[in-house]
Design a protein around this ligand. Structure first.
Ligand SMILES: *Cc1c(COP(=O)(O)O)cnc(C)c1O
Length: 217
C-alpha cells in the first residue's frame, strides 16, 4: 500500500542521512482527494494531514474528527487574514505565514484565544512573482518580527520552482533556518521528499504518492 511504502522510504532516507529514526514527520496531503481515500489512510492509523484551503478543510475534517481522534491538521496553502480565525479552530499547524499583516492577525488571535497553532514561515526561495512567501532577503527580519510578537515559529517552509533542481532550494531554506535558530523545515513533496530529508526536512508534505493523482472535483 502506498502509505506504508512512503513510510518505508522516509525511514530509509532518514537513516541514510544519518539522522535519528522518527525525526521526519509525514503530512499526508489530502486536498481534493475523495473521502474514501482519506478514510482508508485514517483507518491505517495515520493522523497527520495537509490541506491547502481553509474552506475545503472546514467541509471535510469536522466529520472525520467525529470518527477518529487525535487528527493533526496542517494548513499548507495561502491564508487570507479574514479566514485566520477559522484556521486557528481547524488546524494544529499553519505552514504559510508570509506577511506582516497575517503575523499580526495571528498574534492578536493567539492573545485572544490563549492558543496558537505551530507556525512555519513560508519563504519564496525561487523568488517567483506568482508564489507566496517572503523573499530570502527579507526572511531574517520577518522571522525576528514574528518571534518578537511571541508567535510559536516552529520553522520555515518552501515550495521550490517546478522547473528547478529542488535540492538547491532545500539547502537555501535550511541555511536560512539555521542562522535564525529554527529547527523545523517543511519541505519535500511526492517527487523530492528523499532529497529534502537528506537536507534536513522535519516535515514532508506528500500527496499524490500516497493517495494517487488528484482528480479535480
Ligand atoms: C499539493 C501540495 C503538496 C503535495 O504535492 P504532491 O506532489 O501531491 O505530493 C505539498 N505541498 C503543498 C504546499 C501543496 O500544495
Amino acid at each position: 500500500m502506498a502509505l506504508e511504502d512512503i513510510a518505508r522510504r522516509i525511514n530509509a532516507a532518514t537513516e541514510n542521512a544519518g539522522r535519528a529514526a522518527g525525526s521526519v514527520h509525514l503530512i499526508a496531503v489530502s486536498k481534493v482527494q475523495p473521502d474514501e481515500r482519506v478514510r482508508s489512510v485514517l483507518e491505517k492509523g495515520h493522523r497527520s494531514f495537509g490541506e491547502n484551503r481553509v474552506q475545503e478543510a472546514a467541509g471535510k475534517w469536522p466529520g472525520f474528527r467525529e470518527d477518529f481522534t487525535d487528527i493533526d491538521l496542517h494548513l499548507i496553502g495561502p491564508l487570507q487574514t479574514n479566514k485566520a480565525r477559522q484556521a486557528f479552530e481547524l488546524f494544529q499547524s499553519i505552514h504559510s505565514v508570509d506577511r506582516p499583516k497575517l503575523a499580526k492577525t495571528c498574534a492578536r488571535l493567539a492573545q485572544e484565544t490563549g492558543a496558537c497553532p505551530e507556525l512555519f514561515v513560508q519563504v519564496n526561495t525561487g523568488e517567483e512573482p506568482q508564489k507566496a512567501g517572503v523573499l530570502p532577503g527579507d526572511a531574517d527580519a520577518f522571522v525576528k518580527d514574528c518571534l518578537g510578537m511571541d508567535l510559536p515559529v516552529r520553522g520555515l517552509m518552501c515550495i521550490p520552482p517546478a522547473d528547478e533542481e529542488p535540492s538547491l532550494h532545500f539547502a537555501l531554506l535550511a541555511k536560512i533556518a539555521a542562522r535564525n535558530g529554527l529547527t523545523g523545515l517543511s519541505m519535500g513533496m511526492s517527487g523530492d521528499f528523499e532529497s529534502a530529508i537528506a537536507l534536513g526536512a522535519t516535515h514532508v508534505r506528500v500527496g499524490s504518492a500516497i493517495f494517487g493523482e488528484r482528480t479535480p472535483a
